[in-house]
Design a protein around this ligand. Structure first.
Ligand SMILES: Cc1ncc(COP(=O)(O)O)c(C=O)c1O
Length: 422
């Protein structure tokens, strides 16, 4: 598919990415598929991204010739697998520009990373009458763990509101801090609106009051360079499956001094130093937080995904996706009866929309018959739907392999839906 074909020619702009888009598309075998007889147009990347051959082949090779359990064995394969797992940790550390690979904890995904912090950090720092600041655009994964904690501890949640474009109100954020604020947990990029939040500034405002910040990076890590030292956040969470890697693995970055001061999250093998029935002592981070056999192949596959996107270049990916976002925003705005939900000035490549008179699920179902995969629903962000007064939206979310021509297919699909429900 040429990025310059069809309707795209009407729109000026850097339509040619700084990488070989055709080659990149060929790296993803699933994109060759037809769905309901139509070429697949995969625009559900915020839910999960597809996997390049580099990741698929790494997983296959690892299972075929390098696999064993890690850390505990003296035999050859155990050492090979341990090296692969620990090398994955180092590559994740470099990817995030963490100071030290001990700051990288492998978890199941963003959800588990947030639960880990809420449970371990939260239980030791949040008490009766204390406050946790969240934003109005959080995914349920960054709401419910804090609610469970606050209910248990007699603490309360304070919510940063947003404007009609879906931008957080920083003056209100500032006003929410009190002597009882114990932690801020905020998303880097909203999965429901696409808003990219000013994390550096928000961290600075929190740190001025001595309050740590957890950043939910689930929607950010695959789409632009993340530098945890520059952000200066205390915790950063992301999922492998949204970064072209395997499902079942994710990362919690934590500043070493924070992790060192935190008690274990789960108990079991791997996370101990010594065990007796009288007293157990715990391993240092990151192993303290990795009880049991981890997702070994998943971590190795995630590192392959990181190598893959790093070779293309996160800045090049971000530039291409910015072009897609601008093009798609312009084209969807031209469609009668379409309303975009989430029009922040700083956005990532997520387009939520409603077609008046048609339920989002019907939009999704008709588009599916055109081979177009979008998501329809509340996107695990019910408070966002309530804020914008809609029960659900349809959401097209883009990745490094999407093209302007695919946006054109989406536009034609939406017009078809509108005509069917006229
Ligand atoms: C912003 C955000 N946070 C958290 C999550 C949860 O990620 P996971 O299901 O991989 O744990 C998602 C998933 O959609 C998300 O978009």
């Amino acid at each position: 598919m040429s990025p310059l074909g069809g309707e795209a020619a009407r729109f000026p702009g850097p339509a040619v990415p700084t990488y070989d888009l055709q080659q990149v598309r060929e790296d993803f075998p699933i994109l060759e598929q037809k769905i309901h007889g139509k070429p697949l147009v995969y625009l559900d990347n915020a839910a999960s991204t597809q996997k390049p051959r580099a990741v698929i082949d790494t997983l296959s090779r690892f299972y075929a010739s390098e696999y064993a359990n890690i850390h505990r064995g003296v035999h050859f394969l155990s050492e090979v697998a341990t090296k692969a797992f620990e090398s994955a940790r180092e590559r994740v550390a470099r990817f995030l520009n963490a100071r030290d690979s001990r700051e990288i904890v492998f978890v199941r995904g963003t959800t588990e990373a947030i639960n880990l912090v809420a449970s371990s950090y939260g239980r030791t720092h949040v008490g009766p009458g204390d406050e946790v600041i969240l934003s109005a655009m959080e995914h349920h994964s960054n709401i419910v763990p804090w609610q469970i904690l606050c209910e248990e501890r007699g603490a309360r949640i304070c919510v940063v509101p947003m404007n009609d474009a879906g931008e957080l109100l920083l003056d209100e954020y500032e006003r929410l801090f009190s002597s009882r604020t114990r932690i801020v947990a905020v998303t880097h990029v909203s999965n429901a609106l696409g808003t990219r939040n000013p994390i550096r500034r928000m961290v600075e405002m929190a740190h001025r009051r001595g309050v740590p910040v957890l950043v939910d990076g689930a929607q950010a890590a695959a789409h632009a360079r993340v530098d945890v030292q520059e952000l200066d956040c205390d915790f950063y969470a992301f999922s492998g499956h949204k970064l072209y890697g395997p499902s079942g693995v994710g990362v919690l970055y934590g500043k070493l001094e924070r992790l060192e001061a935190m008690p274990p999250y789960q108990g079991g093998g791997e996370m101990i130093r010594t065990v007796s029935f009288e007293k157990t002592t715990y391993a240092d981070p990151p192993h303290r937080f990795e009880a049991g056999t981890p997702c070994i192949a998943g971590a190795v596959g995630l590192a392959a995904a990181i190598d893959y996107v790093s070779a293309i270049g996160l800045d090049a990916i971000a530039a291409h996706e910015r072009d897609l976002l601008e093009y798609a925003t312009a084209r969807l705005s031209e469609i009668d009866r379409v309303r975009l939900v989430g029009t922040a000035r700083e956005k990532a490549c997520v387009l939520s929309f409603v077609l008046s008179g048609v339920h989002a699920h019907d939009v999704g179902t008709v588009l599916d018959h055109e081979g177009i995969a979008v998501r329809a629903g509340h996107h695990c962000a019910q408070p966002v739907m309530d804020r914008f007064g809609v029960p659900a939206t349809a959401r097209a979310s883009f990745a490094l392999y999407n093209t302007r021509e695919e946006v054109d297919v989406l536009v034609r699909g939406i017009v078809k839906v509108r005509e069917m429900f006229a």
